[in-house]
Structures are given as C-alpha cells and as structure tokens.
Design a protein around this ligand. Structure first.
Ligand code: HAM
Length: 416
C-alpha cells in the first residue's frame, strides 16, 4: 500500500463510531444538566496563545506542539489542549466585561507530538468543561461532580479521584524556594531537563520519569505545607463541598499537572488498570489566565478527559456501552416491474425517519428474506407483482412470522 496513516493517529470505523456517540451523547446530556453549553473554537490558533498560557516549562508546549507557518510567515500551532482557545475566545469577545458566569463544554481533537503508545496518541480527542467567572470553591466541586456523574452514567467503576492544591502565585513562590533548597544538593545527579526545570519551575521536577529524579520525589516538600491562609481555606471548602456531594477523593500532593496555568485546585482521575497512561482526565483552577490574556481579572476552573483512555477503561471493565443500530424494516422488492414502487416506499419511509435497509444486488426472494433476517430488522416489507397490482405492500413481522397487507398510514403506525 502506497499511503499510510500518520503515526499516532487512527481511523474510527462505523463499528466504533456507535461507542463514541454513546460516550459523547452521555457527556452532552450530563454537561447540559449542570447548565453547560457547547463552545467550538478553531483547531489551530496563533502559537503564542499556547506558549503564553500553557507554558514556559510545560513539555506539552515546549516539546510536543505542532507548530507551522502559514503562507505569510505567521506562526500558528495545532491546539494541544482546549483551555487556551476557550480563554482566547472569551477575552476576544469581551465576555469578561459583561461579567457573570460562563459555563462551556467542548468536544474535539487535540494534537501533541509525543511518543505514541497504548492510550497516547498524536491526534487524540478530548471532552472538556470550562467554568469562568467565580472563585467560589462550590464551582471546583461542581465541575468535579459533573465528571464523576458522567463516568458513573457510563458505568465506569474502578476510577479514583486525586486532588491537590497548587496554591496561588504568592504561595507558589514560597514553595518553589523550598523545592530549590531541597533539590540543590542533588543538582549534579538531576537529568538535563530537570536542571533547567530547577530554575524555571522546580515543581516540574516531581513529574520527571528519569530514574534518579524519581527517587527524590518522595521526600520533597509538599505544596500543601506552603499554602497561605486563603488558599488553605479554599482547599478545605472544596473538600467539604465534595463530601456534601458524596464525591469520594484522595488528597495527593504529588499532582502537579502538565500545563503551567494552574492555581489552587488541581485534580486527576486515575484508572490503575491502564498502566503508564493511567490519567483519564485532569484539570484545575486557572485564576490568572484570563488576565494574562489581557482580560479583566476573572477566576476560572475546568478539566478535560481523553476519549481514547476512557474507551479503553470502559473496555477493561467489559462495558460495551452501545447496541449496534439495527434497521427497523428491510425492504424486499422482487423484480424489475416493482422497482418504482419499492423505491417510492424506501424514500417515503426514510423521509419519515424510519431506518429502512434495502439491497438492490440481491435478486431472489429467498436471498432477500435471508438478508432481512440477518440484518436484525423486526419487519420485512415485501413488494412483489401482487402487491404492485393491489397498490399495497405486505408487512411481515419477522418475530411472529405473521403478515398482512398495509396501506402507508397503517405501515407508519406500526413502524413508529
Ligand atoms: P491534560 O491533563 O493535559 O489537561 O489532558 C487532559 C486529558 O487528555 C488527559 O488526562 C488524558 O486523558 C488526555 N490526553 C492528554 N494527552 C493525550 C495523548 N497524547 N493521547 C491521548 N490522550 C491524551 C488539559 O488538556 C487541560 N486543558 C485540562 C483543563 C481544562 N484544565 C483546565 N481546564
């Protein structure tokens, strides 16, 4: 074969589309029940939109972003995530000046040039939520509860919620100092990336997979010991709301997150059975991002989940989550003479929203009846010479084997 699909991407064939739609429909329904509405932003943005927001120290932006120049030499990037585009749209359309609360959800492809493996792709799909307009800890709990309800409705059981607080800009500074003091004696042993991270954003050291850097993580100072009074209180309130909403969680001070814009609450949803790529969703507050984009200082929180990992997790629990769609009725038209009448019924029924299957390649009655049974349709609509003469087709119930002539109105009543 001459052409190959790009590495780290995949095709979604119809047999898998049904599963996707089931997951997407469930997400939309749950998001809407929490008052969230859909936003769709472009798949590419000015590269700066991501560089400014997600990060100086983030691998997602520094190493994994698909950058390109357009015909006029302007620098763009395929979006590696959805938050920055939503915030760009929010500020560009002056929603910060209107004030109030914005509740967005989105679904779409993201792009990261990472090493592909199970659960990690170069084009992958996210579903996400962005709540913009309040620092009230109630909303931290609300977006988390939304995600938990979505997963529960899909039937996923073995998933754990891990939460942390990464503090505000002020407490981050104190924490970064503490981390630098801790890592300084180990400087020579750190990997080259971490030697840079040490200066730019030392908390990233805790995310490193290199052997020596990893051994240092356990005894590193915890962000939770460096929260100021307001941030501590905020985190306490988030936990209290989660308790009231009956959402189970574990506090994990090791949750760092791979993007730079986070403040206060940070969380991840972990499915252990997935192995290395075990985070099926993650998010947190980003209270400084809107002002960084030139908007009015506005607090926000959100999360995104990966469809591929979610589908894998559902599979591991044996949840198919969908029924392949079967035709309601299979149309059998025998002979050239009846073709016009058969096509007329086919078109009319489809316009009336009935799923009709028809195969003009099968000529014998027997072959068509066999195909009707194999299709899983409940009914066969038979049009032969007799039906043509009577101007009425025969409807056969394939479960009871009973059959009788029907006019169009009766037919619709039965099929609907
Ligand atoms: P993230 O943690 O970078 O956060 O990505 C969220 C989820 O996307 C991950 O938990 C994972 O399930 C999925 N994911 C990430 N990279 C890949 C990949 N290469 N292949 C397959 N799945 C992947 C964000 O993107 C933030 N924008 C979330 C957010 C929204 N924070 C605030 N609002």
């Amino acid at each position: 074969m001459k052409y190959k699909i790009p590495r780290g991407t995949y095709d979604i064939f119809p047999k898998d589309s049904a599963r996707w739609h089931h997951v997407i429909d469930t997400f939309r329904r749950v998001a809407q029940s929490f008052g969230y509405e859909e936003i769709t932003t472009p798949i590419f943005e000015m590269a700066e939109v991501f560089e400014r927001s997600s990060g100086e120290s983030s691998d997602v932006v520094q190493k994994e972003m698909y950058r390109f120049q357009d015909q006029k030499g302007r620098s763009f990037a395929l979006r590696p995530e959805g938050t920055a585009g939503v915030v760009r749209a929010y500020v560009e359309n002056h929603l910060d000046r209107v004030g109030g609360k914005s509740k967005f959800y989105y679904i779409g492809p993201m792009f990261r040039y990472d090493r592909p493996q199970a659960g990690r792709y170069r084009q992958f799909y996210q579903y996400g939520i962005e709540f913009i307009g309040s620092n009230n800890p109630y909303y931290d709990a609300e977006v988390i509860a939304l995600e938990m309800q979505f997963l529960a409705e899909l039937g996923l059981k073995n998933v754990s919620l891990e939460i942390n607080s990464v503090g505000c800009a002020q407490c981050s500074e104190d924490y970064d100092e503490a981390l630098r003091a801790y890592y300084k004696p180990h400087m020579d042993g750190l990997c080259p990336d971490c030697q840079k991270r040490y200066h730019v954003r030392p908390r990233r050291l805790q995310d490193c997979k290199a052997a020596y850097c990893r051994t240092l993580k356990a005894a590193a100072p915890s962000q939770l010991d460096y929260l100021d009074q307001d941030c501590k209180e905020h985190f306490t309130q988030v936990k209290s709301y989660l308790d009231q909403m009956d959402v189970k969680y574990q506090v994990n001070p090791g949750i760092v997150r791979g993007l730079d814009y986070y403040t206060n609450t940070a969380f991840e949803l972990i499915v252990d059975a997935l192995g290395a790529q075990n985070s099926i969703a993650g998010g947190g507050r980003y209270n400084s991002l809107i002002s960084q984009f030139g908007g009015k200082d506005t607090a926000a929180i959100g999360f995104a989940g990966g469809f591929e990992r979610l589908l894998l997790a559902l599979e591991k629990e044996g949840i198919a989550g969908y029924e392949p769609i079967k035709p309601r009725v299979y149309l059998i038209g025998i002979g050239e003479a009846v073709r016009a009448m058969a096509i007329e019924y086919l078109s009319k029924l489809r316009k009336d929203g009935i799923y009709v299957e028809y195969n003009p390649d099968k000529s014998s009655f027997r072959a068509q009846m066999k195909a009707a049974d194999a299709s899983g349709a409940r009914y066969a609509l038979i049009i032969g010479e007799d039906e043509l003469a009577a101007k009425m087709p025969t409807l056969k119930d394939l479960e009871s084997s009973q059959q009788h002539s029907v006019d169009y109105r009766q037919l619709l009543d039965i099929l609907n």
